[in-house]
Design a binder for this molecule. Structure first.
Ligand code: CAA
Length: 266
């Protein structure tokens, strides 16, 4: 089923002609407000991601915005009159939480502003490709609040205490090169190339065994989310589990026979 959305675009792109394997591409599309993340957009985004997660032909997802802005944050207009009680009862971030359950890899293709909720949404992705014009920051302190969608936790885990503290307390953004040097993004490329580069990465991953990709993503996130011992055990369980997949048999057999593996996802 193809859904129509008001604030995002959703499309599939075939990895190679007649392969039947696709990547999904979700584009944030509220250009007049630099893709500010209101509730309706977030609902649509999560619906589109979940739809791709259920679609067996889709093996990886690219999440992007426009050249000028990935997203300039949560929608300040929508939030400005909230009270502690009203914002708690609406529990808007419950929608965001559903992104954590997406099992397929999400590759962020970021250009321009990735600020506040835009930066937090970026950090919920699995791989980050940035254009030279990208900038990442948590400027909430400038409007009298703090990050609310995971910024204080995810940024600190990636950058360490001191850099994260500086960025969150000053609100100053990191430019793309700086973000790359600090390990917040995988790659910085010229503006004309960021989306293509992200799609190429998604297509490369789409060629792998989907079960192995799923369990690998799960295991990497486990290392990010919890204590080392728990992560090591989890990784081992996922590794052992793969030995009941046909893809493991085929992958290892193909290697020994010096040919390219054909993965069926079984
Ligand atoms: N929410 C709502 N509207 C926003 C917005 C946001 N986060 N960011 C930009 N816009 C709107 C502007 O109000 C403006 O609308 P109008 O044309 O109707 O006035 C339009 O987008 C274009 O923005 P600017 O005119 O400000 O563009 P600029 O190029 O001069 O500046 C900017 C760009 C530096 C990104 C600036 O827009 C800005 O500082 N935006 C807010 C960034 C911010 O504070 N983000 C954090 C939000 S809070 C949050 O995200 C909480 C959380 O943790 C989830």
């Amino acid at each position: 089923m193809t859904m129509t959305y008001k604030n995002i675009l959703s499309a599939k792109e075939e990895v190679s002609a007649k392969s039947g394997i696709n990547i999904g591409i979700v584009t944030l599309n509220r250009p007049t407000v630099l893709n500010a993340l209101n509730h309706e957009l977030m609902e649509e985004l999560v619906t589109a991601l979940e739809e791709f997660d259920r679609d067996d032909s889709v093996r990886a997802i690219v999440l992007t915005g426009s050249e000028r802005a990935f997203a300039a944050g949560a929608d300040i207009k929508e939030m400005s009159d909230e009270t502690t009680v009203s914002i708690m009862l609406k529990d808007r971030f419950a929608t965001w939480d559903r992104i954590k359950n997406i099992k397929k890899p999400i590759i962020a293709a970021i250009s321009g502003y990735a600020l506040g909720g835009g930066c937090e949404l970026t950090m919920m992705c699995d791989i980050i490709i940035a254009s030279e014009s990208a900038q990442f920051g948590q400027p909430e302190i400038n409007i009298g609040v703090i990050p609310g969608a995971g910024g204080t936790q995810r940024m600190t885990r990636v950058l360490g205490k001191y850099k994260a503290m500086e960025l969150i307390l000053t609100g100053r953004p990191l430019l793309a090169r700086e973000a790359y040097e600090l390990g917040l993004v995988n790659k910085v490329v010229p503006v004309e190339l960021y989306l293509e580069e992200a799609k190429a990465m998604a297509k490369e991953i789409a060629g792998k065994s989907p079960i192995a990709v799923r369990l690998a993503k799960e295991a990497v996130l486990k290392s990010f989310d919890g204590p080392l011992n728990e992560g090591l055990q989890f990784e081992r369980k996922n590794f052992y589990m793969l030995f009941s997949s046909e893809d493991q048999k085929e992958g290892m057999k193909a290697f020994l026979e010096k040919r390219k593996a054909t993965f069926t996802g079984k």
